[in-house]
Design a protein around this ligand. Structure first.
Ligand code: ADP
Ligand code: MG
Length: 298
């Protein structure tokens, strides 16, 4: 994006030029919704969590409407170990049984969510923590999971999103930043674990967000090139589909690509997969010319 200003500052002043560089972004994104998925490695360090919270407060202060969706798989696993509970597997697939779901709710909603709320407050923002159960924000069904061979496999209380009801977010005061734990529920109040990438993509689509930003622990979407790999810094959805069809998208990147697709097909203007372990990756991606991850446009 080109700066609207007539001239760059004559004095070599990095601070001023950084602010000026952000200006056209602030102008074009003022008042627009940005859904940010936070999780994985970027979440395990207290320092990165605090920096993330600060970035979110800054985005809010310059007029955007950030909404945070978080997971916390490693924290749930950690608590299961502390409670002496073993992760259960069926044919190599992790199963969320009733007890695991109970711990997941306690950790994600009771701890991870409130820690993030507290960090936002520490940096002068106002946050309200919710889960997808509140106001039936994320109505889910039990996920009909299939293994690699296409065989149905019961992995327990894992949800697929059927419906998103954003009305509960309208109840929040204008200044509040919603922070959503990715747990959904069905009409009977049964809770399900929902992949946080999936939840963020669905929420971005339902909110007609300007952007979806998925913070992760890799630079973005990587594709093989020669002996090594290259970062796909910008591509269209059909290009991303082609990459996926060629088999380079695996593991944890699969739900991210699916979330990008849901968001863009739902009217979101751009989706970004960014390395959250890089300091202030979120600000760099949203407010500067030097965006660092993968940007996907329709
Ligand atoms: P998060 O906790 O942020 O959701 P995940 O581990 O679930 O992170 O997903 C990111 C991981 O996806 C990467 O660390 C990488 O191992 C894997 N991955 C699979 N295919 C790709 C790809 N084409 N480009 C980048 N990462 C990929
Ligand atoms: Mg993941």
């Amino acid at each position: 994006m080109n700066a609207i200003l007539p001239e760059a500052p004559t004095r070599e002043d990095k601070t001023v030029s950084t602010l000026l560089e952000a200006m056209p972004y602030i102008q074009s994104f003022w008042g627009s919704t940005i859904v940010v998925k936070y999780g994985g490695a970027a979440m395990t360090s207290r320092r990165l969590q605090a920096e993330f919270a600060r970035d979110i407060v800054l985005l809010k202060l310059v007029g955007m409407r950030p909404i945070v969706v978080h997971g916390g798989g490693p924290q749930v696993t950690d608590m299961l170990h502390r409670l002496g509970m073993d992760a259960k597997f069926v044919r190599g697939h992790r199963v969320t049984d009733e007890e695991t779901m109970e711990v997941a709710k306690m950790v994600l909603i009771g701890k991870v969510n409130k820690d993030l709320v507290g960090l936002v407050h520490r940096h002068g923002g106002t946050a309200v923590g919710l889960s997808g159960e509140d106001g039936q924000l994320l109505v889910t069904d039990r996920l009909a999971h299939r293994d690699e061979n296409g065989e149905p496999i019961d992995i327990g209380l894992v949800g697929s999103i059927r419906e998103v009801n954003t009305a509960v977010l309208d109840l929040l005061a204008e200044g509040a930043i919603p922070i959503v734990a990715s747990i959904g529920s069905d009409e009977n109040g049964q809770a399900y674990n929902v992949n946080a990438d999936t939840a963020a993509g669905a929420l971005a689509a339902a909110l007609d967000a300007e952007k979806l930003v998925l913070l992760t622990d890799v630079a973005g979407v990587l594709a093989p090139e020669g002996e090594g790999e290259r970062l796909v810094s910008e591509c269209t959805l059909p290009e991303l589909d082609a990459l996926e069809a060629s088999g380079v998208v695996t593991g944890g990147m699969v739900p991210k690509v699916a979330a990008v697709r849901t968001a863009l097909q739902g009217g979101v203007h751009s989706a970004h997969i960014v390395d959250g372990t890089v300091d202030h990756a979120l600000l760099l991606e949203v407010l500067t010319d030097s965006g660092c991850g993968t940007k996907v446009v329709p």
